[in-house]
Design a protein around this ligand. Structure first.
Ligand SMILES: [Ca+2]
Ligand SMILES: [Ca+2]
Length: 471
């Protein structure tokens, strides 16, 4: 979880909350430039200058995407919601000891940024970043001006779901009730904006680097079901239940892929909806039937063939693509779903399958490597030494956990083996899929970001899975 703290944008990493190696001033890119970001469409217009500080860096770069935030925000909220008793107030972050579980404080840091991205009519801006790729180490040295992208239907519906889910979870915590009310209102205005305004999957022109933050119309429809689920749980208004009934087939698990480890927020929301006593009975039955039928059609992902993999955590070869560690963590979580409400199947194989996925990430793999950075002080014999990250970059004091003064902080989950790696280095080239990995962080032309870059999505996938095995 401390990875999210180190990836906070515009927040000082100071002692005692930062370890001495990774102390840094606030990551504002200049004299408060994130507070004075310009519209990338109208950069000369002073009236459009906007405060968009805060949030987490999405990955190894310092950019921030509303659309890409949905997966980690939902997963962290779900991780808390499903096992609130394990989450303590002692992660050594600035909000530790304030009476609120630190995972919620960390999500609140991201939510505070999302609030700054919502404009007056309810629409939500899609992303914040720079116009070039020149990351700086440490982040406090970054002086590039910041820009924000336009209001898009994708970011608006993504934010509606995050605001609604956060309102639901925060509303059950005494200290956060006032904030929950505000977030519910924001969710509703974003929801209404999404349904009122034209929808587009070509909204991010990518003048702001680097990732394409657009979502397809199909993905947006899936996220609208997610938003409707949490809005219904908050308000019990029949209109949201009707919407879910009419549109649930747009959610990933009702598509041909089923619960396949991608678009996890949608499957997570459907499973949650099926636990609500006021849920539409027909919809609940459809969700339960679909989930219970999923292992029969996706036997490989539900652990029916542990013997196919020497490390007893089988993934199809084609799943060893960019970010394969995230897929593995997701597969663990979709197995665990069958062991919890409303299914509660008393068959240890699903829990075992989830545990072997976790163990794979913890070193039970052909490279014998813990796919988390710099875990030596925490007991690992062999862990990731280098990650592709603007701060912990090649050639800096943070480059390598063994040979640099500091290395990267502990606990960043890397993307992992990638048999579709497009750079020139071998390895990862000319290896079997599970060994298509290399412990390095070179830039161009190495393209190590396809292998060792972390991301808040990977991290949240891992945290959610890990949280199910904490006493
Ligand atoms: Ca706290
Ligand atoms: Ca290096």
């Amino acid at each position: 979880m401390r990875v999210f703290f180190y990836n906070r944008s515009g927040h000082a990493k100071a002692r005692p909350h930062a370890d001495p190696c990774w102390v840094d001033d606030a990551a504002d890119p200049g004299p408060s430039e994130e507070r004075r970001a310009r519209s990338v469409e109208h950069p000369e217009d002073e009236t459009l200058v906007r405060d968009v500080r805060g949030g987490w860096f999405d990955a190894g770069d310092t950019n921030k995407y509303v659309t890409f935030a949905a997966e980690p925000v939902h997963q962290l909220l779900a991780a808390y919601r499903e096992r609130p008793q394990i989450w303590k107030d002692d992660f050594n972050i600035p909000e530790s000891g304030n009476g609120v579980a630190d995972i919620l404080d960390e999500v609140r840091w991201e939510i505070a940024w999302l609030k700054r991205m919502q404009v007056e009519d309810g629409g939500v801006l899609i992303k914040v970043g720079s116009l070039d790729f020149h990351e700086t180490s440490p982040p406090s040295a970054d002086r590039r001006p910041r820009y924000y992208g336009p209001v898009c239907s994708s970011s608006t519906i993504a934010a509606a779901g995050m605001f609604a889910h956060a309102a639901l979870v925060f509303g059950q915590v005494q200290e956060l009730k006032p904030e929950a009310e505000e977030l519910q209102a924001r969710a509703v205005t974003a929801w209404e904006h999404y349904h009122r305004a034209p929808k587009s999957s070509q909204c991010d022109e990518q003048k702001i680097k680097a990732g394409d933050a657009d979502l397809s119309l199909e993905q947006q429809a899936g996220l609208s079901v997610v938003a409707a689920v949490y809005l219904f749980a908050l308000t019990r208004e029949p209109a949201y239940a009707s919407y879910i009934r009419a549109h649930m087939n747009a959610a990933q698990p009702f598509g041909p892929g089923g619960w396949n480890g991608y678009r996890p927020a949608e499957g997570e929301a459907l499973v949650f909806y099926a636990t609500l006593s006021e849920a539409d009975p027909a919809v609940r039955s459809a969700i339960i039937e679909r989930k219970l039928g999923d292992p029969a059609t996706r036997r490989d992902l539900y652990g029916f063939y542990p013997e196919r993999d020497l490390y007893r955590s089988y993934l199809p070869d084609q799943a060893y693509h960019w970010g394969s560690n995230r897929v593995r963590a997701q597969i663990g979580s979709i197995n665990l779903e069958l062991a919890q409400a409303p299914f509660a199947i008393e068959d240890d194989s699903y829990r075992t399958r989830a545990l072997t996925a976790l163990q794979y990430l913890h070193g039970v793999n052909p490279l014998g490597v813990v796919y988390l950075s710099n875990m030596y002080a925490l007991g690992a014999e062999r862990s990731v030494n280098e990650i592709f990250h603007g701060w912990f970059a090649d050639g800096t004091a943070f480059d390598n956990a063994l040979t640099s003064a500091c290395g990267p902080p502990p606990g960043y989950l890397v993307g992992g083996p990638n048999a579709a790696y497009s750079g020139p280095s071998a390895p990862p080239r000319r290896q079997p899929p599970q060994k298509a990995y290399r412990d390095w962080n070179g830039g161009w032309p190495d393209r190590s970001w396809e292998i060792t870059e972390p991301s808040i999505s990977y991290q949240a996938s891992y945290v959610k899975l890990l949280s199910k095995f904490i006493d």
